[in-house]
Write a protein that binds this ligand. Structure first.
Ligand SMILES: *[C@@H]1O[C@H](CO)[C@@H](O)[C@H](O)[C@H]1NC(C)=O
Length: 350
C-alpha cells in the first residue's frame, strides 16, 4: 500500500492537463494518460436526467493499479446504455484527488462522485490469502458501500474493475429483489461450494451451522464482482457488521477460508441471494488465482465479461501474449501508451 501511495502522490504532483490543437484534452506525462471519451446522450424516451427516481447508481473502486480497467468498464457501461445520462457513478478510492482529475478529464460529461475509502477501516481485519492482489484493502470497500454512499441512494450496482458490459445495465438495475433479498447476483450451484472453505471450517462443531443454518435455499457460490445491492436493507440489517464478524473469526480464531473478500460474502449471503441470469457475469476470464491461463466463455448469452482471476487483459495485451477473449476488452481501452523514448503515441480517434 505504501507503494500505491507513492504512485498516487507522483500522479498528483506531476500530471498536467493540456489542450491540443484539435481541442481534445489529453493528460501528458508522466502520469497515466487516457483519451477523452465521447459524450453519450440519452436516446428518445429516456426519463429526464434530473429525475432522481430514474437514476441508475453504479459503484466501482479506483486505484492506480486497476485504473485502466475501471475506465474501460465505465466506457462500456455508457456505450451500451440507452439512457447514459441517467447513470450516476460512485467511485471509492483511498486517495481521491489525482483520480478525480483523471476521471473528469477522461469523461467530461460523466455524473460521478468520488468517496474516500479509509483503508484503516479494514487493514487490521484482513488476513493474507492465496494471492496478494486479493489482500488490497480496496477489495473490501464493497462491504462499506452502505455507509459511504448517501442515504438518498437506495440501491447500487457494484462492479469490479476488471470487467466490461456489452449490454444495457438498465436491465440489471431493473431486477426485482422480492420482499427480502439484500443482494442479487448470478449464482453457480454446480460449483463445489465446500471447496471455498477449509476443512477446519467444515469440521468445526459450530461454525457451519452458525453460517448456513436456516438459509432459505441451498447455499451456492456467487461472484462478488457483480452485485445489485439494496442499501436500505443492508443498513437496517447491519450487514457490514456481519461481514466483519466473519473476518474476525478468520483473523483471530481459525483459518476458515483461503480467498480474500469473497468468502465473508458467501458466509453471510449464500442461499439468500436473488439469482441473476448468468449472462451478467461471465467470470474467470483472467484464469485461476495462481496461473492466469486463458479461459473460454461459459456456454450461453453474454452481457458482461469479467476477467476475474490472476490474468488481466491489459497486462496480457501489453505483453504481446493476449488470450483470444482479451480482444473483446481492447476496444474499451482509453489508455494512451507511451513509446519507450517517452513520447506520447496517439491512438485511434485522434
Ligand atoms: C468438493 O471440494 C471438497 C474440498 O475441496 C472435496 O473434498 C470434495 O471431494 C469436492 N467434491 C466434489 C464433488 O468434487
Amino acid at each position: 500500500m505504501e507503494r500505491g501511495l507513492i504512485v498516487t502522490a507522483l500522479l498528483l504532483l506531476l500530471t498536467s492537463a493540456t489542450t491540443n490543437a484539435g481541442g481534445t484534452r489529453t493528460l501528458l506525462s508522466p502520469g497515466p494518460s487516457f483519451r477523452e471519451a465521447p459524450a453519450f446522450r440519452n436516446g428518445n424516451g429516456c426519463p429526464s436526467p434530473l429525475s432522481q427516481e430514474s437514476t441508475i447508481h453504479m459503484a466501482m473502486t479506483l486505484d492506480s493499479t486497476y485504473l485502466r480497467g475501471s475506465i474501460a468498464g465505465v466506457l462500456s457501461v455508457l456505450q451500451h446504455a440507452t439512457c447514459p445520462e441517467n447513470i450516476a457513478f460512485h467511485f471509492l478510492a483511498s486517495s481521491p484527488r489525482p483520480l478525480r482529475r483523471i476521471i473528469a478529464s477522461t469523461f467530461p460529461y460523466l455524473s460521478f462522485r468520488i468517496y474516500r475509502f479509509d483503508t484503516s477501516l479494514v487493514r487490521n481485519k484482513i488476513s493474507s490469502s492465496v494471492r496478494p492482489a486479493l489482500d488490497q484493502p480496496l477489495n473490501y470497500a464493497r462491504i462499506y458501500l452502505a455507509d459511504l454512499l448517501p442515504k438518498s441512494v437506495p440501491r447500487v450496482i457494484y462492479f469490479d474493475s476488471d470487467l466490461i458490459v456489452v449490454d444495457d445495465v438498465a436491465k440489471l438495475w431493473a431486477i426485482d429483489l422480492g420482499s427480502t433479498a439484500v443482494l442479487a447476483a448470478p449464482e453457480y450451484c454446480h460449483a463445489n461450494f465446500t471447496s471455498y472453505f477449509t476443512s477446519r471450517f467444515w469440521s468445526d462443531p459450530l461454525l457451519p451451522d452458525a453460517a448456513f443454518g436456516g438459509r432459505v435455499r441451498t447455499p451456492c457460490y456467487f461472484n462478488t464482482g457483480v452485485m445489485v445491492m439494496d442499501l436500505e436493507r443492508w443498513r437496517s440489517g447491519k450487514y457490514t457488521a456481519k461481514l466483519e464478524w466473519w473476518m474476525g473469526v478468520q483473523k483471530k480464531e481459525a483459518r476458515i477460508y483461503e480467498l480474500g473478500s469473497l468468502p465473508p460474502f458467501l458466509l453471510v449471503f449464500a442461499g439468500e441471494v436473488k439469482g441473476v441470469e448468468h449472462r451478467w457475469n461471465q467470470h474467470g476470464l483472467g484464469g485461476d488465482n495462481l496461473h492466469g491461463l486463458c479461459r473460454d466463455l461459459h456456454p450461453g448469452p453474454v452481457s458482461l465479461l469479467h476477467w476475474s482471476g490472476k490474468g488481466k487483459p491489459w497486462l496480457r495485451l501489453d505483453a504481446g501474449r493476449p488470450c483470444s477473449l482479451d480482444g473483446l476488452w481492447a476496444p474499451y481501452d482509453l489508455y494512451i501508451k507511451r513509446s519507450t523514448d517517452g513520447a506520447v503515441e496517439r491512438f485511434a480517434d485522434d
